[in-house]
Each structure stands twice: as C-alpha cells, then as structure tokens.
Design a protein around this ligand. Structure first.
Ligand code: CS2
Ligand code: MG
Length: 413
C-alpha cells in the first residue's frame, strides 16, 4: 500500500492549529501536528508546497526511510519550520502504522513502562494570593506538580501569568490576535526587568513551601531571559525550595552557559522547548548540564526523532519533560503521551488542557485522573480531527509577544 493523499488542515478554535492528514491507498488516515505558534503558515506551506508531492506514492510503512528522505533530502537541515513539517509527516505515519496493527502507538514503542503519565499544571497569579488560589485549585483536582508563575511588582503583564483572574485557569494563550479578535498585524509588547524578578521570586517560593509544604512538586519557567550569571544566582537562591526544575533559565542556544549555572547550584535544570534537533542538546546532554529534555514532539522531527533523542539522554541520566502547552495540538499531545508511557527515562509531562472549542475539533481519547494522564488504548495516536468542525474556525493571524527591558531594549520573551 502507498500514501495516496496528503492534506494540510488549518483551523483556529480559539487558537491556530496546523494538522497534516495522510490517507493511504486503502483509506487509512493518519494525523500529524504541525503547529508552530506565531509562524503557522510557514509550516503549512512547507508541507503543502514542498513535501506533499514527495510523499504521494511512497510506502507508508517506511517511516525511518521517509524521515531520512525528508531530513537529508531537504539539504537545508534543521530549524523549527522544517522539523515541525517532518514531525507532522512522522506522527501521521506512526498513527497509520499503529492503526494497521490494531494497537495504541505506545505498544509499538515497547509497551507501557508505567501505569500512567504524571503531569504538571500551570498555576499562575498576578500576585501571591491569586497564585496560591490557583495552586489550591489544582491540588483539589489531584495534581501533585504545578508550574508557578507570578506577576512581578511594577512590571504589568508578563510571561506565563493569566490575566483572566485567580483560580484554575486553562485559558492562558500568549499568542495574541488583534484587540478586536481579528488578525494581528504585529506582536504586542511586554516589559521586563530581570533585577526586580531576581529579588522577587525567591520569596514567592518560600511562601509556597510555608503554605503548601514540601511534598508538592514546584516547577518554574525562567523563559530564556536571564544572563548566565543571573541564572547562576537565581538557581542558587532558589535551591532551598527544592524545585522539581528551573526551566529555560538562559537562552538555550548558548549551551556552554549552563556550565556556570551548574557550578553554583544543584537546582535541576530543564531546557529545550525551542530546540528542534538533537544537535541543539549535544553539549547539554554529554556534559550533563541539564536534567530534563523539554522538546515537543511537534517541533523536534516527530516520534522517530524524539525517541532517539530521549534514548540518547537516558545514557547520561537525563529524563523527559516533554513540552505540552495549548499551542501543541491534541495530536501532538497524544504523541507525547505514547512516548511518555513507553520510555524508561520518563520525568514529567506538561499538561495545559485545551479548551472546549478545541476539543470539539480534535476528538481525543487520552484521559486525566488525579494528576496522571493516559493516552488510551485506541489504535494509533487516539486523536481524530473533525474536519467539518474545523472548517468553522478560520485561521486568524496571531503573534507571540516581543519583550523589552524598561529602557526599550529588545529582550528575550
Ligand atoms: C512555555 C510555553 O509551556 C511552556 O513552558 O514556555 O507556553 C511557551 O511560552 C509557548 O509554547 C509559546 O508558544
Ligand atoms: Mg517553557
């Protein structure tokens, strides 16, 4: 049998998603997530204008050969657009292969290594009271791990803090449309001051430990914005609060910067959600400069590439922490869950539940129970896109924010 049809679906049920649909000559359909938040159409074009004609007629079972054909055959390798396109093809082919085998994908990856996938939620608040309210809400839902992000006095709206008010908020979406809900023409801007942040956050973690005890796993996302020495200071200052991880403490492409952070602190480090290749990690992994691999299956070349990356990381005692925000579609989330269930060096899985609008378009079979997700036992990935529902949500251009220091200098968002 062969690949017969290759279609790209773009839909926007509250936020933009790009999904690849591959149909075989005997009518089996596979789905792949190709969503790159803020640059969606670049990936859609890479798929429809460049890859689709290469795929039609190929044997759908030759997943490794197709991956190499698309990676090496591009000549221009790596990068988020290329690797998201390859990821979508790879996910769709694995979905097809598992459907043909009549098994959930994790069974083809070695079967379950655990009963469920521990997840962490996003707790945020403009101030400590709102943050504590959110943490309480997530604990009541059974979460045993929460990422905590809070406002910093004097900085207004900053990364990771839902402006929708206190409580369990699933609706934090950083990519913004125009104020009237239409297409944005440029990013909105946020302000930042690292020194204020560095002096504010340790007290927040101290209060959390006082109020919620030592059992709760606390994660925090520095979101790329500290210099190496600032990150070293921050990681050292928060050491007493036993974070599960400090994420993206510096811009990750400067891999050697983490040597300085490691010299000053044992706070576990997680990096990689903006990476798209194992080569982005080579120094970080071989020198054990990180503890968790943060890539998304969608941005790193798919299941084939992610399994190799995580197996490489396992050799160095490094575990998974797969990226799972709402801008990874339910298809990409399902791919992560099948890998999470099967690999031995599982760490934790990010889980920002998609909103009701999205779940009307993407029919999922993964389930949440008291802090754990399970991908389900449907054949394949277990997610189907309802194309009729998707057609009701036109693409609407949105941009991730641009960040500036208080003097106007562009900074990492
Ligand atoms: C964040 C992401 O989930 C995270 O750790 O870093 O939400 C990130 O801001 C978004 O994926 C950007 O689209
Ligand atoms: Mg992050």
């Amino acid at each position: 049998m062969t690949i017969d049809l290759v279609d790209v679906n773009i839909t926007s049920p509250g936020r933009n998603f790009v999904t690849l649909k591959i149909t075989t000559s005997d009518g089996i359909v596979g789905w792949g997530d190709a969503t790159l938040n803020g640059r969606e159409l670049a990936v859609a074009s890479y798929l429809s204008d460049h890859l689709a004609s290469m795929l039609v007629g190929r044997d759908e079972d030759r997943i490794e050969d197709t991956w190499q054909y698309l990676y090496r055959g591009a000549y221009w390798r790596r990068g988020p657009v290329t690797m998201a396109a390859i990821a979508a093809v790879d996910m769709a082919l694995w979905d097809i292969k598992a459907k043909k085998a009549g098994m959930p994908l994790y069974q083809l990856l070695g079967g379950a290594s655990r009963d469920g996938v521990r997840v962490y939620a996003h707790a945020s608040g403009t101030d400590y009271a709102a943050l504590a309210n959110a943490i309480t809400g997530y604990e009541e839902l059974g979460f045993t791990a929460v990422r905590v992000q809070t406002g910093v006095p004097g900085l207004g709206q900053i990364y990771g803090v839902s402006s929708a008010g206190p409580g369990v908020r699933y609706d934090y979406e950083p990519a913004k449309r125009a104020a009237d809900g239409g297409a944005a023409e440029r990013p909105h801007e946020e302000n930042w001051d690292t020194r204020t942040y560095l002096s504010h956050m340790p007290g927040v973690f101290a209060r959390i430990r006082e109020d919620f005890g030592t059992g709760l796993r606390i994660l925090h996302d520095g979101h790329h914005r500290m210099s190496p020495i600032e990150a070293a200071r921050f990681a050292k200052d928060v050491e007493p609060y036993d974070l599960f991880w400090l994420e993206d403490c510096t811009p990750g492409e400067d891999q050697a910067a983490l040597r300085l952070v490691r010299q000053h602190s044992t706070t576990p480090l997680a990096i990689g959600e903006i990476f798209n290749s194992v080569y982005d990690y080579q120094t970080l992994i071989t020198e054990r400069l990180i503890d968790y691999v943060r890539s998304a299956v969608t941005h790193t070349g798919g299941i084939t590439a992610m399994k190799k990356l995580l197996d490489f990381a396992a050799v160095y005692g490094i575990r998974s922490g797969i990226h799972g925000p709402t801008d990874i579609s339910p298809v990409g989330m399902a791919a992560a869950l099948h890998l999470d269930l099967a690999i031995h060096n599982f760490g934790i899985q990010e889980y920002m539940p998609h909103n009701a609008e999205t779940l009307e378009v993407f029919r999922t079979s993964f389930t949440f129970d008291r802090g754990f997700l399970h991908p389900g036992d449907q054949p394949g990935l277990g997610v189907e896109l309802d194309e009729e529902a998707a057609a009701g949500h036109a693409y609407t251009k949105a941009y991730l924010p641009v960040n500036r220091l208080l003097d106007g200098t562009v900074h990492d968002w």
